[in-house]
Design a protein around this ligand. Structure first.
Ligand SMILES: Nc1ncnc2c1ncn2[C@@H]1O[C@H](COP(=O)(O)OP(=O)(O)OP(=O)(O)O)[C@@H](O)[C@H]1O
Ligand SMILES: Nc1ccn([C@@H]2O[C@H](COP(=O)(O)O)[C@@H](O)[C@H]2O)c(=O)n1
Length: 331
């Protein structure tokens, strides 16, 4: 499903964000001795669980940046087809809003586009927020992974997103498509023959390059500084870029969302990062490590079955009522 643009306008008015999948922590089954350290451990665990649930319920975002013509849209289309992600292009949403009858911002948007400057973030961010909400609502919350293409482009975009979205999204990584500007120029001039875009001409392109050099590169460096940039050489063929971004997605994003957590009141006792291609199941996992009289938490997790199989050396897994029970093997 290609969900590029055409997804919302500023008057859409849908609330962003969705509530965490679980309302709160399950009740303890058995009381534990009320020592200070046990209490401290409980509080720590409660805090990490709350963080975990909060992050799990948020839409996951991968920003896609690079120069004009670096191949952002093309790479996103590839990821949509291969990995079923939702693609929101800030530029496409702005162009859509520009032509919407009755839009208050049509003229402002057009003037920014032909001048190669950046539209005020309140407009772009609202369009993105509405489009994300539309996709999440229509998919019943199942589509929660977004490629946001061409955003944040400058400091105003970055600060506005942080303020307007205020932790409502889980901003995972920045996919940076690095391509020499001469290559970008040749691509855009080729695209200009058929695109009909008012900024696909050499004059507007030079202005867009200037904005990219002066504003967007600083944003990429900001994200690099906090370890979020994943870089791909996008001067390669479309197939090679597609392969590279797909591998990146599998290795970085899929892995980071697929941990196996065994939670006890002593904290997560084991976590495991999965490999691309592992089998995933969404199952209710109830943990009760009998020997240690741990209380259990009934949780929904993405569980990598092959990991469970490895751990069967020390753990047994039984189905009990409607839940899975994990016990330490005796002897
Ligand atoms: N790896 C590639 N090799 C050759 N041509 C490419 C490659 N990637 C994209 N193109 C072509 O270059 C042009 C620009 O690509 P695309 O629209 O994906 O870039 P973009 O970064 O999204 O551009 P913009 O910022 O202007 O929207 C398109 O005509 C596309 O078909
Ligand atoms: N965050 C953004 C993104 C885009 N724009 C404006 O749209 C033009 C075209 O963007 P593309 O990503 O489709 O190349 C861009 O030059 C800007 O004028 C913006 O303002 N803010």
């Amino acid at each position: 499903m290609n969900e590029r643009a055409s997804l919302g306008n500023i008057d859409g008015g849908i609330q962003v964000g969705k509530s965490a999948p679980m309302g709160g922590l399950p009740r303890r089954k058995e009381p534990i001795s009320a020592t200070g350290s046990a209490l401290a451990r409980m509080l720590r665990l409660q805090h990490s669980l709350r963080t975990f649930y909060r992050e799990m319920g948020k839409p996951k975002v991968c920003f896609v940046l690079g120069g004009p013509g670096a191949g952002k849209g093309t790479a996103c289309e590839f990821l949509v087809k291969k990995h079923g992600l939702a693609h929101l292009s800030a530029g496409d949403l702005l162009r859509e809003e520009r032509k919407r009858a009755g839009s208050t911002y049509g003229e402002l948007i057009e003037s920014c586009i032909v001048q190669g400057t950046i539209v005020p973030v309140e407009i772009t961010c609202k369009l993105l927020e509405n489009a994300m909400n539309k996709i999440m609502t229509e998919s019943n919350g199942e589509q929660d992974k977004f490629l946001i293409d061409g955003f944040p482009r400058n400091l105003d975009n970055l600060e506005g997103w942080t303020k307007q979205m205020d932790g409502k999204t889980d901003d995972r990584i920045v996919l940076y498509l690095n391509c020499p500007l001469e290559v970008c120029e040749a691509r855009i001039m080729e695209r200009a023959k058929t695109s009909g875009r008012s900024d696909d001409n050499i004059e507007a392109l030079r202005k867009r390059f200037k904005t990219y050099e002066e504003s967007t590169k600083g944003i990429i460096e900001h994200y690099r500084g906090i370890g979020k940039v994943r870089e791909v050489d996008s001067s390669q063929s479309k197939e090679a870029v597609g392969d590279a971004v797909s591998k990146l997605w599998s290795r970085t994003l899929a892995m980071s969302s697929s941990h196996l957590f065994l939670l006890t009141h002593y904290g997560p006792v084991l976590t495991h990062r999965t490999q691309p291609g592992d089998l995933f199941m969404l199952i209710p996992l109830a943990l009760h490590l009998d020997n240690f009289q741990f209380s259990y938490f009934l949780c929904f997790f993405q569980v990598d079955v092959s990991v469970i199989i490895k751990w069967r050396k020390v753990l047994t897994i039984k189905r009990s009522r409607n839940a899975w029970k994990v016990c330490l093997k005796s002897g």
